[in-house]
Design a protein around this ligand. Structure first.
Ligand SMILES: C[S@@+](CC[C@H](N)C(=O)[O-])C[C@H]1O[C@@H](n2cnc3c(N)ncnc32)[C@H](O)[C@@H]1O
Length: 268
């Protein structure tokens, strides 16, 4: 399957090597869960591996063979007792059947936004509902879309190629990767298409290569998701605006949802 992550799962780990603000939150949720946990869109194991290291039993599902390949390489280097707590499965969060119910299902780091159609979101939530224990929790996060930001970054100027100010060291070569990006908003579809270019610069300052990465997302507004959850048999147990569990009070922060199967809705 060709997807946004097929090209370079190693690049993903380089770019997000220092991104850790969500890890402690998800690890704690997995550690406290009263049974096995399922992470949808588990990627290269950035959250799944520390969760298993903390004692949680984790199933990770991802659509991208290359992300899973990289996750498997990392899992293989773990102590056997941690490996024994990890199962990795290739699959699509819209259509999987694991023949099991979980105490916790998570979709960290905005992976739900990869579902580009409302029909995809609905079928995924119904599939999740079937895999969730009646007392279980669904936890996921995505950014709170800012209308001001979208307007400022729309159009030929706002979304044109620009440096993001970010750079990364590629441990494979020791070269510096300097990040450039374009962003294109299709507001009527609530979609973002982002293209990233990484100029690979050697120790002498020469550009010796270029890497490319693409992301396509459908952003979701706060009340839209409340309705989507209700439509699919969930109710909101908590909505946080940051990973230190502060309630969501201010527009423009992260939306971190804790949902549970609603008591009065039959599973689909
Ligand atoms: C932003 S990454 C998050 C990876 C990991 N959870 C983390 O926090 O680092 C999104 C992941 O979702 C996966 N993904 C995208 N669409 C998917 C789908 N329909 N079903 C399963 N996984 C999907 C991608 O392959 C990618 O690994």
């Amino acid at each position: 399957m060709q997807d946004d992550y097929t090209r370079d799962a190693e690049l993903y780990d380089i770019v997000y090597a220092d991104y850790d603000e969500d890890i402690a939150f998800y690890v704690e949720e997995a550690r406290q869960a009263a049974g096995p946990c399922l992470e949808l869109g588990c990627g290269t194991g950035r959250i799944l591996i520390p969760s298993a290291q903390a004692g949680a039993t984790m199933v990770g599902l991802d659509a991208s063979p290359s992300m899973l390949h990289r996750a498997r390489q990392k899992v293989a280097a773990l102590p056997p007792e941690v490996q024994a707590r990890i199962t990795l499965v290739q699959g699509d969060m819209r259509a999987f059947d694991l023949q099991q119910q979980f105490a916790l299902i998570t979709i960290p780091f905005r992976a739900f936004l990869h579902l580009l159609q409302v029909s995809d979101q609905i079928v995924a939530l119904h599939t999740i509902r079937r895999h969730l224990h009646p007392d279980g929790r669904l936890i996921l996060n995505f950014f709170d879309p800012s209308l001001e930001y979208i307007v400022a970054h729309s159009g030929p100027i706002g979304g044109a190629l620009h440096t993001t100010g970010e750079s990364f060291v590629d441990p494979r070569s020791g070269h510096l990767l300097i990040e450039w990006a374009t962003v294109h908003y299709q507001r009527e579809l609530q979609r973002i298409e982002q293209s990233f270019i990484y100029d690979e610069v050697d120790a002498q300052g020469r550009v010796v290569g270029r890497l490319y990465r693409q992301l396509r997302l459908r952003y979701i507004f706060r009340w839209e998701f409340e309705h989507l959850l209700a439509r699919c048999g969930f109710e909101v147990a908590a909505l946080y605006g940051s990973f230190d569990r502060r309630p969501y009070l201010q527009a423009g922060s992260e939306l971190i949802w804790v949902a549970r199967p609603s008591r009065n809705a039959a599973p689909a």
